[in-house]
Design a protein around this ligand. Structure first.
Ligand SMILES: C[S@@+](CC[C@H](N)C(=O)[O-])C[C@H]1O[C@@H](n2cnc3c(N)ncnc32)[C@H](O)[C@@H]1O
Length: 310
């Protein structure tokens, strides 16, 4: 099973499959560790940890004795992350607890590194969550956010849709952009917030703000036999079988309407994006499908200012 969590009624369950283990190049993570002196990091907070993928990736570049606390506002994920860490034999380094990112239950200056991955795209006010992350970082400590611009992906082509009519491509962009705007207006976060995270870091008082792009793409190429590609294929097939696009149909409609879309146009747009998934399944069966897997995933870093005289 590449996503044992996919049917749970909990936030982002559809996205907690093995594909998440392939989001980063290991040598890039090691480079980040060198750039930000991970050798000095002992106490880490992973905010909106889900089942723990992100901090467990980062841990490969952290000192062996570094201790990680993961927090999530969904008790299901706190339980699953705890179990997953135990099954991987890393419970002595990782523990998990319930908490809202916008009101962290930790004293000021508690952690050397405070980090998140695809959390800020889901919070009502990312500025508040960042302020909390800064508060619990020690002076001189690092705040590190891995957050995307997801709507950019609607203009990344694949072998199948490369020559689709411009109107069809733009309809997909419009659907995704309206849904993202609607989701944000409902207080559920903007899925492309990565674009503005560097500015929010500066506004929160962080210094030395630097911005990188994750250098990994998730290329999907015939014969789709590598373990990474098999994980992707299973995820796509799962989406296909469950009438799922980026969100399920009900959430997509809810976001679309909240973003200013009209109910009368929704069915045609939904059919168009779902049709893309059906065409994909057929093209994969013929081994004619490929994509570069490019996406816009930022890694934004900032340092908490040291108090004067320290
Ligand atoms: C897309 S998942 C990312 C999980 C994990 N960071 C990773 O990259 O694998 C977003 C996670 O943020 C959690 N979340 C959403 N809003 C939150 C909030 N206000 N406070 C804490 N966690 C939150 C969700 O429950 C979910 O587990």
């Amino acid at each position: 099973m590449t996503n044992e969590f996919r049917t749970l009624e909990a936030h982002s369950a559809e996205y907690f499959g093995d594909t998440r283990d392939y989001w980063w190049n290991q040598d890039f993570i090691e480079l980040i560790g060198r750039r930000f002196a991970f050798e000095k990091v002992h106490d880490v907070l992973d905010v909106g940890c889900g089942v723990g993928h992100w901090a467990q990736v980062l841990a490969s570049a952290l000192p062996a004795e570094a201790q990680v606390i993961g927090v999530d506002r969904d008790q299901t994920w706190v339980n699953e992350a705890t179990e997953r860490a135990a099954s991987r034999g890393v419970s002595h380094r990782f523990r998990y607890q319930l908490s809202d990112a916008q009101a962290l239950p930790f004293p000021d200056a508690r952690f050397d590194l405070v980090t998140c991955q695809t959390l800020l795209i889901h919070v009502a006010d990312p500025g508040v969550a960042i302020a909390e992350m800064v508060r619990v970082a020690r002076p001189g400590g690092l705040v590190l956010a891995a957050e995307p611009n997801n709507v950019a992906s609607s203009l990344i082509m694949n072998s199948m849709g490369f020559n689709d009519p411009v109107e069809k491509i733009l309809a997909g962009v419009r659907l995704q952009l309206l849904c993202e705007r609607g989701k944000a207006s409902l207080g559920e976060g903007n899925n492309s917030v990565g674009d503005v995270v560097p500015g929010l870091f500066v506004a929160s008082g962080l210094t030395d703000v630097t911005v990188y792009l994750n250098d990994k793409t998730n290329a999907f190429l015939p014969p789709y036999s590598a373990s990474e590609q098999r994980a992707m294929l299973e995820e796509f097939q799962d989406f296909e079988s469950r009438d799922f696009w980026i969100w399920n149909r009900a959430d997509t409609l809810r976001y679309f309407l909240a973003g200013g879309g009209l109910e009368a146009e929704f069915d045609a747009l939904w059919t168009s994006v779902r049709d893309g998934i059906d065409r994909f399944v057929k093209a994969v069966a013929d081994r004619t499908y490929s994509h570069s897997g490019a996406s816009l995933n930022y890694l934004v870093a900032g340092r908490k200012a040291r108090e004067s005289g320290i």
